[in-house]
Design a protein around this ligand. Structure first.
Ligand code: GAP
Length: 458
């Protein structure tokens, strides 16, 4: 029988949370005030990792294609946007309150919740539970524009980046000289007043999305949907996620969003089980038709040569940056033993690793720090590098392993004699000696090579 991949992993969510805090990837937000549930701040290495994820997404969407263009739209948009999109009426969760323990639960998730008084029971299961009727609760955060709260001043923080793209469809037809099939991509913050948060950065109220709306002739929508399912799966695996921890799952009819005629989720086997990483939806002409109706503008493509006109259909790959980062961390986390000592290592794909190369003088004397600084300055012009001279060399290696640095350059007494250094590999632990003058090319060459998670061969 095939091994269950979840059973063979050493990683747990607790280990990821602890490493992220210890090594400065992610901190609970507002900690000095006791924290704010489900809000997180990204530390130095978290910022670098997140930026690398986003850069790889831009690379796949823009640099490697001719048919996608970029956008960065506003977070606060005209409130009619959310009437047209259906979010004002339909972006809700059903909630019940317990009059006894004063807690609030999702009515459709009572069996996943714990009673406030008796955590071994679900809400409603004890004689003391006194639940209200279910009420719909809108997930959009509201605020007001201008100093006075008056009629018409209510606006919303966007719950998805997608609508900003539909609002700009007309601009893009005019300036970009694109015609369907073509896409508009954007990365940005979205906000949802989620009732059930938790599981670290998997589900938060403030998060980043990477979304692309691909506008196609209506009769090509099904084919393009298949195209984007394959493209997106290939992207996740090209960045190292193990294929046996990834799956595509088609939504059944009852699960589809109000705008979608077909959606498949890319799911990853997180420590909490198989969960959504990205949704790839066929949104049909729902959004452009709705915005045309609510704005009174024509949102259609007109072929000037043939006179043909139509409202394009839309294929949407929509992924979360924070969730992507969590998946990459979980997939990379590993533990092994070196010379009898336990090691924690992030086996991240080198292009995602926050730091590509660490430069370490063996000792803090004999001219080694000076030469190491020279090497570091040369390397940092080309890749994200780090210099570290403090503490025993083994501990410095271990620190770099924990943040996922794929290579370490060590300067020793021989380096001062012949200007050679050792280059250590995070995964194989192999060390090669090479001239300082070759370092940049070797590291750049390795960064461009195809990569496969060593965990697959463990
Ligand atoms: N425009 C379509 C859309 O927003 P979605 O499935 O609701 O679709 C897309 O969101 C992706 O955004 C999800 O697959 C997930 O990765 C991420 N996402 C959604 N809600 C999130 C939350 N509360 N916290 C973190 N990521 C979230």
């Amino acid at each position: 029988m095939a091994e269950d991949p979840a059973q063979t992993d050493v990683v747990t969510m607790e280990k990821i949370v602890s490493l992220c805090k210890r090594r400065g990837f992610v901190f609970p937000s507002s900690e000095i005030y006791g924290g704010l549930g489900s809000s997180y701040d990204y530390g130095h290495y978290g910022v670098l990792l997140k930026n690398n994820v986003k850069n790889q997404w831009w690379r796949a969407m823009l640099q490697e294609r001719d048919d996608v263009v970029a956008l960065d739209s506003a977070i606060i948009q005209h409130p009619r946007t959310w009437e047209a999109s259906g979010h004002l009426a339909g972006f809700t969760d059903p909630l019940v309150d317990c009059r006894t323990c004063k807690l609030r639960f999702r009515a459709d998730k009572l069996e996943d919740s714990q009673c406030g008084r008796k955590p071994s029971k679900h809400p409603g299961e004890t004689p003391d539970c006194d639940l209200t009727e279910a009420r719909d609760f809108n997930l959009m955060f509201q605020t007001t524009v201008g100093p006075v709260k008056e009629e018409g001043s209510t606006v919303y923080l966007r719950p998805e980046t997608a609508q900003g793209i539909f609002l700009n469809f007309k601009n893009y037809l005019q300036f970009s000289r694109k015609k369907p099939p073509f896409g508009i991509a954007q990365i940005g913050k979205s906000f949802r007043n989620e009732i059930t948060t938790g599981n670290f950065i998997f589900r938060t109220r403030e998060f980043e999305q990477m979304e692309m709306e691909f506008f196609v002739p209506p009769d090509e929508a099904a084919t393009w949907h298949q195209h984007w399912l394959a493209e997106r799966m290939a992207w996740w695996t090209s960045l190292g996620l193990r294929p046996d921890h990834l799956q595509l799952r088609a939504h059944d009819a009852g699960e589809l969003s109000h705008y979608s005629s077909a959606t498949s989720d890319v799911e990853y086997l997180f420590p909490i089980g198989w969960s959504e990483l990205e949704g790839i939806a066929n949104r049909g002409d729902f959004d452009l038709t709705q915005h045309a109706k609510f704005s009174g503008q024509k949102l259609e493509y007109v072929d000037t040569a043939t006179g043909e006109r139509y409202v394009p259909h839309v294929i949407e790959p929509a992924a979360g940056v924070d969730r992507a980062m969590l998946a990459f961390l979980v997939d990379a986390y590993d533990e092994d033993e070196i010379e009898g000592e336990r090691r924690t290592v992030l086996r991240l794909h080198p292009v995602l690793a926050p730091v590509k190369v660490a430069v370490l003088p063996l000792v803090r004397k004999d001219g080694q720090p000076e030469l190491a600084t020279e090497v570091y300055r040369e390397l940092r012009d080309h890749v994200q590098a780090e210099y570290d001279e403090g503490g025993a060399i083994g501990r410095r290696y271990r620190r770099q392993d924990e943040i996922g640095t794929p290579w370490a350059v060590t300067i020793d007494h021989q380096s001062l004699e012949d200007r050679t250094v050792t280059l250590r590999d995070r995964d194989s632990l192999g060390q090669v000696r090479l001239p300082i003058g070759e370092l940049v090319d070797v590291i750049r060459g390795r960064l461009g090579e195809p990569w496969r998670s060593p965990k697959l061969d463990a």
